[in-house]
Design a protein around this ligand. Structure first.
Ligand code: NOJ
Length: 528
């Protein structure tokens, strides 16, 4: 079970207003208490922070605001002591424009880094080349290709199909392209040797240009996987690709199903709320109380991917991340609990985005910070206590990385950990249940009992050996009914839930009534 930490907003140990690695180390016990056993931390490397650290200036050095390389090594050690793993963020598609490699690449004279980035042959060719290029950035006579923002020039991992009419497009086996690829592998090795347990790979699907079907992109990642299989057999690779069938075939151990490349994830939690740049869907989502969503829009592709990847890898379905609105936006704590009940009983790897376990809100009206724009509202400081700065930092308020949620009644860990049926304790129980029951994990069989287009509730069975669990979820605000095949002898024993779930046996079938925002996870015994 992953826990995603946005380092600048998690816990500030030195009172400068920004979260840091020693702060994260102090909070490892909390993450462990919650039941998560792997941490993915967003980039923590030296950077001018035009894109919150996704613009790396030195891949081999921890950003001073987060601490030192020694602190990061201590984080690995402390996590391992607790039987937890730490994944770093690998950003292979671009660097910061301030990176010394790019500074060299900008020079008009030919040097080692001339071809490390994607430059056209003329400063005047920005319109002709079919890419959206940056012009006039330096004395070098050419335009460069940005990978994300203008301040993130794309590293040159080659073109799968270079256009012979545009000689600046280098093939994947060009010696300079190979040098860039070697460098990426050496970054990986550097941190694995220091004790990291693996990486989440940023923009994994777009490292090679003009690559229909991701053929050369996959070949690159296969090489990376071979390196791990040879030298780091315990290390894990998780991709930001959102097409698990392609990512697992390319060598990733797991891939996120999220808001990019697909609309399936949005169909669960988010579309009428904040339609961001990536979201193409425009229909209600299943976990909204209007009850107008369609669970098959998620389940169909999900099951399709599962069938394709079989046991070769995992799909990770997160509660959220730093690029989208928070799960809590527009939802009550009870509705959130229900969403977590789904995430913890799905045959996928769960990930809790920091703060989602207490229902932290999406702060919509904040000014953009470090290239966050709308994303900024999902990146505010973790709310630990009801005290100063929500216990995040001792710095004066105006020094905080971002403002804390100051709304009366804003959730915090301290308050919720004391209340038995708080969201935090419920999420914790759901995680414990998930971890104690193999049937609920990835290897348990999933049988859909009621999962039809436009219908509520969602009902499914999870099974491993003789262990069977029935999951009933009704995110809608009305009573919903379903008929499932359960004999009178098969008695559902409730393990956790909220609201009304009634079973009315009727011969070999059972009529089931699920109250508004009601859910339940039941163990099914054979009655013998
Ligand atoms: C995806 C990351 O999640 C996002 O935060 C970042 O801005 C882009 N990649 C560019 O690196």
């Amino acid at each position: 079970i992953f826990y995603q930490v946005y380092p600048q907003s998690f816990y500030d140990s030195n009172g400068d207003g920004i979260g840091d690695i020693p702060g994260l180390i102090e909070k490892l016990d909390y993450i462990q208490w919650l039941g998560c056993n792997a941490v993915w931390m967003n980039p923590c490397f030296d950077s001018p922070f035009n894109d919150a650290g996704y613009d790396v200036r030195d891949f081999y050095k921890v950003a001073p605001r987060y601490g030192t390389n020694a602190d990061l090594k201590r984080l690995f050690k402390e996590a391992h002591k607790r039987d937890m793993r730490v994944l770093l963020d690998l950003v292979p598609a671009h660097t910061s424009a301030d990176h010394p490699w790019f500074v060299q690449s900008c020079r008009p004279d030919k040097n080692k880094y001339t071809h490390w980035y994607l430059w056209t042959d003329s400063a005047w060719s920005w319109q002709k080349e079919g890419f959206s290029l940056i012009r006039g950035a330096s004395d070098r006579n050419g335009c460069y290709l940005p990978s994300f923002f203008a301040s993130q020039p794309a590293l040159n991992l080659g073109f799968a199909r270079p256009d012979p009419k545009q000689p600046w497009q280098l093939p994947v086996d060009h010696p300079d392209v190979k040098a860039v690829r070697r460098e990426i592998k050496s970054i990986l090795r550097f941190w694995l040797d220091a004790g990291a347990d693996g990486f989440r790979a940023d923009m994994a699907s777009s490292v090679v240009k003009n690559d229909p079907g991701w053929k050369e992109t996959s070949r690159f990642w296969r090489e990376v996987r071979d390196l791990l299989d040879k030298h780091y057999t315990e290390a894990a690779l998780l991709s930001e690709w959102s097409t698990p069938s392609a990512a697992i075939a390319a060598g990733f151990h797991a891939d996120f199903m999220i808001h990019i490349n697909d609309t399936a994830y949005d169909a669960l939690f988010r579309q009428e709320i904040w339609r961001n740049h990536w979201t193409r869907r425009n229909a209600p989502s299943f976990f909204d109380k209007q009850g107008k969503g369609d669970i098959t829009a998620f389940l169909k592709p999900f099951l399709n991917y599962q069938a394709k990847i079989r046991r070769k890898g995992h799909i990770c379905v997160p509660s959220g991340n730093h690029d989208i609105s928070r799960l809590a936006y527009g939802r009550s704590s009870r509705e959130l609990e229900l969403a977590f009940a789904f995430l913890m009983t799905l045959p996928a790897l769960p990930l809790v985005y920091y703060g989602d376990e207490i229902g932290m809100k999406y702060l919509r009206h904040l000014h953009s910070k470090e290239g966050g724009y709308e994303r900024t509202g999902s990146r505010t400081p973790m709310q630990w206590t009801g005290g100063k700065n929500a216990g995040f930092s001792t710095a004066p308020k105006n020094k905080l990385y971002l403002p804390v949620d100051s709304a009366p009644g804003a959730p915090n860990v301290e308050k919720q950990s004391r209340k038995n049926d708080s969201l935090l304790n419920r999420v914790r129980q759901l995680i414990q249940l998930r971890r104690s029951a193999p049937a609920l994990g990835r290897d348990g069989k999933l049988t859909l009992l009621c999962a039809e287009r436009g219908k509520y509730p969602l009902v499914y069975l999870r099974r491993a050996g003789r262990q069977r669990y029935l999951v009933v979820l009704n995110p809608s605000g009305q009573d919903q009914t379903a008929t499932v095949i359960l004999t009178a002898k098969e008695k559902p024993k409730k393990l956790i839930g909220r609201g009304r779930i009634d079973f009315l046996p009727h011969g070999r079938r059972t009529n089931l009534i699920a109250g508004p925002s009601g859910y339940g996870i039941f163990q099914i015994s054979d009655g013998d």
